[in-house]
Design a protein around this ligand. Structure first.
Ligand SMILES: [Zn+2]
Length: 388
């Protein structure tokens, strides 16, 4: 009998400090209870989406969810972890380690809306010159600012002299925008310098390759700077896609210093999406010795709606996704590279909600023999939640 737990060495619970955070989740005690359950069920890693533009109860303003010293004015006063007097992340890391669980921070990279208003010249622009809400990695000041902020975070929570430094980080939104390409003057200049032709004359594949080269170079700068603080720090990249600047051969570990990638699957059970996901995992596993698979366990409760959550899932979907994860592993050419499986976002699941139990059951799910994925019988309509 095979279980999901036996197939994936790392079972990762993804939570958050301030993204889809509920009235009770922004506390040490909530995280300790989660870690108690995690330890009982064979979870190996707890991660928080943190260091971001977060939203905490009463959901009245966005801001950083840790006590940044460089960007003090952008600390979110509604988030407990953002104030030095009530900061509790070091105690969460300590508690995780006491329970034999590693701690990773999922760090927001190039998407910080608090920088947009003061720096419209840092934003991507589409081919018609319209500003897009996303920082452009071709802008030198963007890279300097993001690097400074990542360094500050890692110094605060991962310096080796700390009693309990965190074990790893993985970068989120570390890329170009997903839906449109950037044509800002910095991107145009960068492309011309590299290819000797104008961006307007470039083929789509040249533009795509260029984006990955820029992301790879910036990633190498980041991993070098973070490992100068803690040489043992593990560093990964989440939400990967070739079109966003993540061509596997270009961002491979030898070029960037990355240890792993985390490939996202959205919650809807769908054979076509599964097949695309499976092919994507294969492409990354050919270059990365560690690939984690991400699935969703979010549920539509008021606080997920308040912070723009929308990828709801259901328990039957979660079980179907586990059978699918087993199928991906079974068929992978580099099956030994598929090392981790994660659920996002436990903070978006109330403590008494059945999804919380289902996540732990999924990690221990006994797979049917042989691993065959059954028919998908529950296409889910989008759920609407009224939060007023
Ligand atoms: Zn640009």
């Amino acid at each position: 009998m095979h279980t999901i737990r036996a197939l994936f060495a790392e079972r990762i619970l993804e939570a958050s400090m301030s993204y889809q955070a509920g009235p009770s989740t922004d506390t040490l005690e909530w995280n300790q209870r989660l870690l108690d359950e995690a330890a009982e069920h064979g979870v190996t890693i707890l991660s928080h989406l943190i260091g971001q533009d977060g939203l905490c109860e009463p959901y009245d303003r966005w801001g950083l969810d840790y006590p940044s010293g460089v960007y003090k004015e952008w600390r979110n006063p509604s988030c407990r972890n953002a104030q030095p007097g009530t900061e509790y992340l070091p105690a969460v890391i300590e508690y995780a380690h006491q329970n034999g669980i590693k701690y990773y921070a999922k760090l927001m990279s190039m998407e910080h809306s608090w920088l947009y208003a003061d720096h419209p010249d840092w934003l991507e622009r589409n081919r018609y010159g319209v500003l897009l809400h996303k920082l452009c990695p071709d802008v030198p000041a963007v890279r300097e600012t993001i690097l400074q902020y990542l360094v500050e975070f890692v110094q605060r929570y991962a310096a080796p002299e700390l009693l309990d430094p965190l074990d790893g980080v993985y970068l989120d939104h570390h890329r170009y925008r997903s839906y449109e390409e950037c044509w800002c003057k910095h991107t145009q200049r960068g492309f011309r310098e590299r290819y000797g032709i104008d961006l307007w004359e470039a083929t789509p594949s040249q533009r795509r390759e260029y984006r990955s080269q820029v992301v790879a170079e910036f990633t190498a700068e980041v991993t070098q700077a973070l490992r100068a603080i803690n040489p043992g720090l593990r560093i990964g990249l989440t939400e990967v896609d070739e079109s966003w600047g993540h061509i596997p051969a270009i961002i491979r570990p030898e070029a960037t210093g990355l240890d792993f990638v985390h490939v996202q699957y959205l919650s809807r059970p769908d054979r076509k999406l599964y097949d695309e996901f499976k092919a994507k995992v294969e492409r990354y596993a050919a270059f990365f010795p560690e690939v984690w698979l991400q699935f969703d366990c979010r549920t539509p409760v008021p606080w997920t709606v308040a912070s723009m959550g929308r990828f709801w899932t259901s328990i039957p979907s979660m079980v179907t996704m586990m059978e699918f994860a087993a199928e991906v592993k079974r068929d992978a050419a580099h099956a030994d590279h598929l090392t981790g499986i994660s659920f996002f976002n436990l903070t978006a699941v109330p403590e008494d909600h059945p999804h919380r139990r289902a996540v732990f059951n999924c990690f221990n799910y006994e797979l049917p023999e042989p691993f065959e994925i059954g028919p998908i019988v529950h296409p889910e309509p989008p759920l609407e939640v009224n939060i007023t």
